[in-house]
Write a protein of this length. Sequence first.
Length: 498
Amino acid sequence: MKYILAFDQGTTSSRAILFDNAGQMGGVASKEHRQIFPSSGWVEHDAVEIWEAQRDVARRVLKENQIDADDIAAIGITNQRETTVLWDRKTGEPLHNAIVWQDRRTAEYCDHLRQEGHAASIAEKTGLVIDPYFSGTKLRWLLDQIPDARERADRGELAFGTVDSWLLWKLSDGQLHVTDVSNASRTMLFNLQTQSWDEDLLNLLEIPASVLPEVRPSSCVYGECSPEILGRPIPLAGCAGDQHAALFGQNCTKHGMAKNTYGTGCFVLMNIGDEAVSSKCNLLTTIACSGEPKPQFALEGSIFTAGSAVQWLRDGLGVIESSADVMSLAESVPDTGDCYLVPAFAGLGAPHWDPYARGVLVGISGGTTAGHIARATLEGIAFQVADVLEAMSEDAGLSVRELRVDGGASVNDLLMQFQADILQVPVVRPKVIETTAIGAAFLAGLAVGFWKGIDEVESIWKSERVFEPSMPAADVSRRRERWRQAVERSRGWQQHES
Ligand SMILES: Nc1ncnc2c1ncn2[C@@H]1O[C@H](COP(=O)(O)OP(=O)(O)O)[C@@H](O)[C@H]1O
Ligand SMILES: O=P(O)(O)OC[C@H](O)CO
């Protein structure tokens, strides 16, 4: 067989990508889906629209590249994490729109959990900080708000899943209600030490165990997709949250290796080996996919707004026509004119965890142009990444030697150079920037013997370009200090309204 088919179900689009044995892409198809904003701080997706988009792009990539389903050795799935779906086991119909990872509707309940003193035990068990980001409080909200949902859940009629679970359910025509360890680790219900659902947390959040999927390793044969989807049954053999898949796809399998994905948000992950070190700097501890038999862990800094700030320049301000145009607009000025943009549009994630923060643009003068704002937007992305890596180095007791990068905005050379400058370490962009998808393909391909072992998949990764730091250290310190001042101005904004 010639290919592994990777499904990359992201926040803004669903992609299907074919990878051959040498890790070369044999075709891509993608489709966007609607972002639904029912109220301030709320973000939803239509789970059926996501399923249909993912199924359609899978069919399309085969058709457009004239690939027969018989040539597909396995399917690997990777997905936007934390986004929460609740569906009826009998009809396969969702009971509500999916609540997206960015959604802040459970902020008050999270405050309550913190005030009740649960932060330390939740961090110890799950590696997470209490935040609306994770699926647990979203699922609780659904069970509380949908009429009869709790009664129906108690009768075993409902299934909960993150997007991976939902897709595996649909792909298997309701035969599989499963998830993988990496996605489970993002629910705030999964115990990293026991590698299973945590009964205390289920009780605390009032989640009935009957709705939960079975948890499996990221690289294993889960089952088969039903034949009517692609013409024949194909093994569903790999599954991981997109950031975990990207860490694996970037070959960050050794202690201290780190990657950042520049998509809608930014997600910095550093491999920390087989000890689930707890963060002292408000980072998350999470699962790292590996070829090792023992569970491996990573530190993660999740940044909620990155490429979506560029989308705001395009759709909100209308100063660019496409995201790619941001580079030439930013290059129209030599610097930001001392403007700083903190894109806390959906609160601040790591290391601040402030759901009430909102975006600020400071330092505007009469001479400020769209070019300055575009440049400040790109720099705001890089400053957030630098804050996370600083915290990470402190937690892990080491400095990263290089940062491997991927995701839609990593094509932006200006952003990558500024990132290297502000971090003072090289930024390395690989030839295949679809590292999320290739990570999922590796997980699936290893499970079915398409690739023989971790050494074989590791030999596939190749660097395309290295951005070396060139900014004087004194400038870096001054600018980072100005950025810190700007962040302070963004904090608690929403809360101060009442
Ligand atoms: N040249 C560019 N410069 C900066 N940002 C970009 C560029 N091209 C795309 N983006 C941003 O990258 C994001 C899309 O990246 P992608 O990895 O597909 O995201 P996701 O997986 O979160 O859907 C969008 O938010 C877009 O604004
Ligand atoms: O779909 P992306 O690339 O924006 O990633 C979303 C993350 O998984 C959210 O935790």
